[in-house]
Design a protein around this ligand. Structure first.
Ligand code: WAQ
Ligand code: MG
Length: 271
């Protein structure tokens, strides 16, 4: 790797509550444009205009940058969020998450996983067997950052997503985030749905099936969303995993398969 990169992290809030966040990697030449884009996004969020915006920029040394390949993506057709959550649950079980842990995580995201009943700023760490929450701060959770696509991979991804009608920032950023999260060996699976009231889709990411989207994991208008990273309790060191998710630098240079939409039964599950 030649060129050093900057990590950009944006976090915004409104009415003392988390509004949005975004994390990117950028070469020096792109830094100003990306920073302006992030600020613009916080000012035009579907839940209202940000009242506080924090933007943090850190140089990441070239030698710390690892490359990788994006998870494959596919969409499973579901009629509504009840069916979507059922399908997401089955996929989590197929990845080795125990039923009580999957059910607990779904229920917590649905009820607002932060102590005040709203969405967290980051993700829950969930023991895949017991369902216990393991993150140090239940309002903040753990935030994955320092991951992005190379310019060439970004172009290729946008082309492939556009063919499926999916080229939007939610999909692009979530796919990159899930790829980094699954790069941690102690993470078995991730579950996510958006906290934006106008965006009902979510996904389960696992090593075996990749990034599997469900068009409905919550009802339209619902503001509670979140993420759960399911970890194997026996292999898990919270500080090591948190340091990896927050600090390891992943620059994805290879795009995975971007598949179409299929019915739930077509997914080869539980083999
Ligand atoms: N690290 C950990 N957790 C995060 C991060 C992060 N960098 N960013 C957001 N979260 C958590 C936080 O609890 C948010 O409330 C929640 O995730 C949702 O964040 O169609 O838009 O940015 O394939 O609203 C998924 C489906 C969309 C995309 C996800 O998430 C698709 C989305 P949002
Ligand atoms: Mg959001």
């Amino acid at each position: 790797m030649s060129e050093p990169l900057y990590s950009l992290r944006m976090r915004s809030s409104r009415l003392d509550s988390h509004l949005s966040g975004c994390e990117r990697l950028a070469a020096a030449d792109d830094l100003e444009r990306l920073a302006a884009e992030m600020v613009g996004r916080a000012l035009r969020h579907p839940r209202g205009r940000a009242e506080q915006i924090s933007l943090r920029v850190d140089l990441v040394p070239a030698e710390s940058i690892r490359n990788g390949r994006l998870l494959d993506l596919r969409t499973i057709r579901v009629d509504d969020h009840c069916q979507g959550r059922q399908a997401a649950r089955e996929l989590l079980l197929a990845a080795g998450v125990h039923a009580r842990a999957a059910d607990a995580a779904i229920a917590r995201i649905a009820l607002g996983a932060a102590p005040d009943g709203r969405s967290m700023r980051g993700a829950m760490l969930v023991d895949a067997v017991s369902g216990a929450r393991l993150e140090a701060d239940p309002a903040r959770g753990v935030r994955a950052s320092r991951m992005d696509l190379t310019a060439a991979a970004q172009r290729e991804l946008r082309l492939r997503l556009a063919r499926q009608g999916l080229d939007n920032p939610h999909v692009r950023e979530a796919l990159v985030l899930a790829t980094k999260v699954l790069a941690a060996p102690e993470v078995l699976a991730e579950l996510c749905w958006s906290d934006d009231p106008d965006y009902t889709a979510g996904y389960v990411a696992t090593r075996e099936h990749g990034y599997v989207r469900f068009p409905h994991l919550k009802p339209l208008g619902e503001e509670r969303g979140g993420r759960a990273f399911f970890v194997r309790g026996d292999e898990f060191d919270r500080d090591v995993l948190t340091a990896f998710l927050e600090h390891a630098v992943l620059l994805i240079d290879e795009v995975g398969d971007i598949g179409g939409t299929s019915d739930w039964k077509e997914l080869p599950c539980g083999k």
